[in-house]
Ligand binder design. Structure first.
Ligand SMILES: Nc1c(NC[C@H](O)[C@H](O)[C@H](O)CO)[nH]c(=O)[nH]c1=O
Ligand SMILES: CC(=O)[C@@H](O)COP(=O)(O)O
Length: 165
C-alpha cells in the first residue's frame, strides 16, 4: 500500500515556490471537526510558512464535505482575485452507502467548480474506513492532508502565473 511506509506530507525533495504573491481560499467541513480542524491548521500554517500573507488567506466553514462544492463556488464568485481554493473535509465510512455517494459527489463536484472558474480547487478531503486512518492523515504518522493541500495550491497558483506570463 502506497502510504504504508511513508509520510505523505514529506515535501523535502521537491521545490515549493513562494506563496507570497497569491491569494487563497480555504473551505473546511465541520463534520468530524476534530480531524478537519487539524487539516485546517496544517493548511493555514503551511501557507504562512511558505510566505503567504495572513490577509490573503480567506477561511470559511461549511456544514459537511458535500457543502465544500457550494462553498468553493461561493468563494470564487465573491472574493476577488483568488488564485486557488483549498477544500478540507473528512468522510468516514458508516453503516450505509452514504459514504460512497458523498465521496464521489464531492470529488466530481469540486472538479467541476475548478473547470467552471478556471482556478485550482484542491481536493483535501480524507475518505477513510475508520477514525484511526483519519487521525493518521491529519497530523499523524501519514502526515497532514491539509499540508498537502496547501503545497498543491501554491504549486498550482505558481503554474498558472508562470503560464500567463
Ligand atoms: N457522514 C459525513 C458527512 N455527511 C454530511 C454531508 O457532507 C452533507 O453535509 C449532508 O449530506 C447534507 O448535505 N459529511 C462529512 O464531511 N463527513 C462525513 O463522514
Ligand atoms: C459518510 C456518512 O455520511 C456516514 O458517516 C454516515 O453514516 P451512516 O452511513 O451509518 O449513515
Amino acid at each position: 500500500m502506497a502510504s504504508r511506509l511513508k509520510n505523505l506530507s514529506d515535501f523535502s525533495n521537491t521545490e515549493i515556490p513562494s506563496a507570497a504573491p497569491y491569494r487563497f481560499g480555504i473551505v473546511t467541513a465541520e463534520w468530524n471537526a476534530e480531524i478537519t480542524n487539524a487539516l485546517y491548521q496544517g493548511a493555514y500554517d503551511s501557507l504562512v510558512e511558505h510566505g503567504a500573507s495572513e490577509d490573503h488567506i480567506h477561511s470559511y466553514p461549511v456544514p459537511g464535505s458535500f457543502e465544500l462544492i457550494a462553498g468553493a463556488d461561493v468563494l470564487l464568485n465573491n472574493i476577488a482575485n483568488l488564485d486557488a481554493v483549498i477544500c478540507l473535509g473528512c468522510v468516514i465510512q458508516g453503516e450505509t452507502r452514504h459514504f460512497d455517494f458523498i465521496c464521489n459527489a464531492v470529488a466530481n463536484g469540486l472538479a467541476n467548480v475548478a473547470l467552471k472558474h478556471n482556478k485550482p480547487v484542491i481536493f483535501g478531503v480524507l475518505t477513510t474506513d475508520n477514525q484511526q486512518q483519519a487521525i493518521d492523515r491529519a497530523g499523524g504518522k501519514h502526515g497532514n492532508k491539509g499540508v498537502e493541500g496547501a503545497v498543491t495550491a501554491i504549486k498550482m497558483a505558481h503554474l498558472a502565473k508562470s503560464i500567463k506570463i
